[in-house]
Design a protein around this ligand. Structure first.
Ligand SMILES: Cc1cc2nc3c(=O)[nH]c(=O)nc-3n(C[C@H](O)[C@H](O)[C@H](O)COP(=O)(O)OP(=O)(O)OC[C@H]3O[C@@H](n4cnc5c(N)ncnc54)[C@H](O)[C@@H]3O)c2cc1C
Length: 317
């Protein structure tokens, strides 16, 4: 089923969450162990992130440096299919521009189409860890909008090879990312919103937001989007604080602000379990308020850790 159709028809707030593919060498059972406790809340869908190759530099005998490309979390397409068929649930694989040529993107889309997955989250992707700038592949896409356009073309049966005869149109519904506190690279909110509108005009059915820790940021963002003419549903993405050092790492990594009250509570914590408790309570408070405001879906970033999401879901759904 298309996520957008569920969103349009729902009268109550739905539950969804995001998982990362396991690190290379780790078992898929770990992922199932994260999913199992959340199934009782009837998730509408599970998102599976995509991760670009990373570059590592290794010093050899303390001198020479060897550059090595490592793929730490492969398997997004296969894992999405495994989850879809094991749990009979809608899965939304993420597809990124980074590391892909257009041809490789087309091939991934063909695989997804054959596997019966017709919901996608189309993203540019972050620069690989340790790199500051996003550099597209030579034959790849520089922005998520270009990926959205390629997918929409395939939905019309337009593949990259112009002379392809009898091509089958795909049937993808595409979501894109939005940033209530502005994307880090955007010069200002206005420009970020204009590009967001372009992604929606290109065919995106709905928006999933970056994490935020103050609901006012989400409500203001929705108002700004509507004023910009962006009419599609905007799904709030929530990340419960999970580790003590999230206090430092999340603002730095995701260009977001933590509210004073939350910071003060976290500063009192001596260890990760204490911080996790604070983070869970904060996420419950945010979720209840968003639900009361009638958001169609609450989407949680789980990072493969589900005990806190389970506690939140129990309190909210
Ligand atoms: C819900 C969600 C899920 C995510 N999942 C993943 C994941 O699985 N894997 C991963 O690697 N990352 C993921 N990310 C992170 C995301 O890839 C990064 O935030 C990335 O830096 C931007 O991606 P985007 O799709 O928003 O890019 P874009 O829409 O391309 O925007 C990137 C920047 O360029 C600007 N811009 C957009 N279009 C244009 C244009 N045409 N010309 C000039 N400037 C433009 C925007 O204002 C913005 O500043 C996720 C983010 C969110 C919110």
């Amino acid at each position: 089923m298309k996520v957008i159709d569920r969103i349009r028809e729902t009268k109550e707030t739905l539950f969804s969450f995001e998982l990362l593919p396991p690190l290379k060498g780790h078992s898929i059972e770990r992922l199932y162990a994260a999913i199992d406790p959340l199934m009782e809340f009837g998730p509408m869908n599970i998102n599976i992130t995509y991760h670009q190759d990373e570059v590592e530099y290794k010093s050899i005998k303390g001198k020479l440096v060897e550059k090595k490309v490592v793929r730490k979390r492969p398997g997004t397409v296969a894992i999405s299919a495994a989850i879809k068929y094991k749990y009979k649930i809608t899965v939304v694989p993420h597809l990124i521009c980074g590391g892909f040529t257009r041809q490789e993107t087309e091939d991934a889309l063909i695989d997804l189409h054959y596997l019966g997955m017709n919901n996608l989250l189309a993203l540019r992707g972050d620069p690989p860890r340790g790199e500051k700038r996003f550099i597209p592949e030579e034959e790849g896409h520089a922005h998520a909008i270009d990926l959205v356009k390629q997918i929409m073309n395939m939905n019309k049966g337009i593949y990259l090879a112009e002379d392809l005869a009898n091509s089958t149109p795909t049937d993808f519904s595409v979501a894109v990312a939005g940033y209530p506190e502005k994307h880090a690279e955007a010069p200002n909110m206005k420009s970020d919103l204009q590009y967001l509108k372009e992604k929606v005009d290109a065919g995106a059915d709905y928006i999933v937001t970056q994490m935020f820790f103050d609901n006012t940021k989400y409500f203001d963002f929705v108002k700004l989007c509507r004023a910009e003419g962006i009419e599609v549903p905007i799904i709030p993405g929530l990340k419960p604080i999970t580790f003590l050092n999230d206090l430092r790492l999340l603002p730095q990594t995701f260009n977001i602000d933590l509210p004073d009250e939350l910071v003060k509570e976290l500063q009192k914590c001596q260890d990760t379990p204490a911080a996790r408790q604070v983070g869970t309570e904060w996420a419950i408070m945010m979720s209840k308020e968003l639900k009361a405001a009638g958001v169609p879906v609450l989407h949680y970033y789980s990072l493969g850790i589900s005990d806190n999401i389970q506690t939140i879901a129990r309190a909210v759904f």
